[in-house]
Design a protein around this ligand. Sequence first.
Ligand code: PXP
Length: 250
Amino acid sequence: MVHLGVNIDHVATLRQARYAGESTAATPEPDVLDAARAAMQGGADSITLHVREDRRHMQEEDALCVRREVPLPLNLEMGATESMLAVASRVRPNFVCLVPERRQELTTEGGLDVCARRAQLRELVAALTAQGSRVSMFIAPEPEQIHASAELGAPMVELHTGRFANTAAHEQEEELQRLIRAASLAHSLGLEVHAGHGIRLAHLSQIARIPYLSELNIGHTIIARAVFVGLEQAVCEMKRAIAELSPSFP
Ligand code: PXP
């Protein structure tokens, strides 16, 4: 069955909207730990947090707290930098997903350029692996990025589905074919294949055509749905839809 990693960054986005930099007697809400627990109750297989360089939503303390208190694997998304390596060495997440990061972007907009940063990423992957975190590279579904990820020793790739999710319906098939070819190539090189970004319930039947997927990472649409039905229920709906489709995931 394809695993569901639930990204709860936007719970912290809501908290920071009111409490960023404010010293207050009130306990900041919503509580990220409550969110992680609700996601677990709803059937999440792992919890994903992105501690960004500008700390716009998740803080290091959130990651430490979820790692300590929630009995699910923690997947830490982070930029490929020395300062984030230091954060990861304090948090010790089960998984690290290396992502490109630009301060101006609203969300992670493109894949990591593994080809252009081979030497630096090789060292980072080795250091993270040595501390016990399994590393994935968040990359566009491009053959050269997949080859480079395998070469430098990452065991997993997360294929960026953002272009597929956000493109006009008549162009989606082309992007889906790129994802299908990328997943096959990654699998043939011994990489574990994940996918994420922009995925909604309505995309799942198409996403299920991508072979060898073992995990989907989904955030925004689950948090958006949670506003109306609660987080546990929103995760449960996504999990059920993935489970129903799982036999058709090749
Ligand atoms: N995977 C990665 C690497 C991401 O950066 C994000 C967004 O933070 C996601 C998955 C989840 O994307 P979305 O919030 O659009 O579901």
